[in-house]
Design a protein around this ligand. Sequence first.
Ligand code: GLN
Length: 317
Amino acid sequence: YAATGRLPAASEVDGILERARERAFRHHEGKVADYIPALANADPEVFGIAITERNGRVHQLGSYDHAFSIQSISKVFVYALVCEVIGHEAALKTIGVNATGLPFNSVMALELNGGHPLNPMVNAGAIATTSCVPGNSAAERWEFIQSGLSAFAGRPLAMDEDVYRSEALTNQRNQGIARLLNAYGYLKGDSDETVDVYTRQCSLLVDAHDLSVMGATLADGGVNPVTGKRIVGEQVARDALAVMATAGLYERSGEWLVQIGLPGKSGVAGGLLTVAPGKGAVGSYAPRLDEAGNSVRGQVAAAYLSRALGLNLFASS
Ligand code: GLN
C-alpha cells in the first residue's frame, strides 16, 4: 500500500485493526502513571483505537470514545499553532528541534544546553512554546489553545478539572523548569502563568477518535479531513511531524522510529498518536506505560499497524 498513498479497502483495515488489538492485549506489563495523582485512578484495561484516513474515512474499535487527558500530545498541536504565528525560523531558533535522549521532564537536558530548550516535545521546550502563544492575558492565551486544539479535533474540547487541579498542586518540577527558562531568558512572559496555561492544555479531554482526527489533520498538510477546514499551513504540519519523529517518545524516540518508522507522540494518561504523512493517523488509549511514560499497548498496536498497512516511512516497498 505504501506506494499508492492510500490505505487498503475499509473491510481489510477493520480486520487489521482487530488484529492490532489482539496483539496489544497479549501485553500486561507497564504501570498507570501516578505522579499526577488524578491519573492513578485510570482503569488499566480500557483500550480504544481509531484510524482516520486523509480522505476522512474512520475505522475504530473498543473504547474509542473513552475520554482521557491529552497530556503531552497537546505539545504537538500547540507547537503547530505557535509556528503558524511566529514562523518556521523563529520556532527553530527559540524552541529547538533536537532530541534530548533524556526523560520528558529533565532539568539536566536544559542545563546541559545552556538553558536553551531542546525541542517542543519535552516539557522545557513545550513550556517555552506555550509562552509564545499570542494574547494579552492568560485567559486569552488559554482561549487560543483551547480553540486551536478544538479546531484540530473538529469539535469543542473541554478540560478535565480534576486532572488540572491535581497536576496544578503537584507540578513544582514544571514550575522549576519554567523559572530556569526564565532565568536564561528563553521564556516569553511570566513563568507561573505559563505553567498554568501549559497544565490546562495537558488537561484537555480527548478520546482515541479525536486523536486520530487531530493527527490526520497533520497527515493532510494542515487541513482537517473531517471538517475540511485548514488549521495550519503545509510547512507547519511538516515541521510538527518532523519534531514528533525526533522526540515524540522522549528517550525511546530512536527505538520507536526504528520499529515503527512513523512520527509518534505519547502522553502520560495513556494516549498515543501515530501519523502516516499523506495517509492518515492512528489514535489509541491504553493507560499502562513503559518506563519512559509511553503506552505499552499503544506501541504494540502501532507497530502492528505500521507493518500490516505498510506505513514505515523508511521502507522501500
Ligand atoms: N502534564 C504532564 C507533565 O508536564 C505531561 C507529561 C507527559 O504526558 N509526558 O508532566
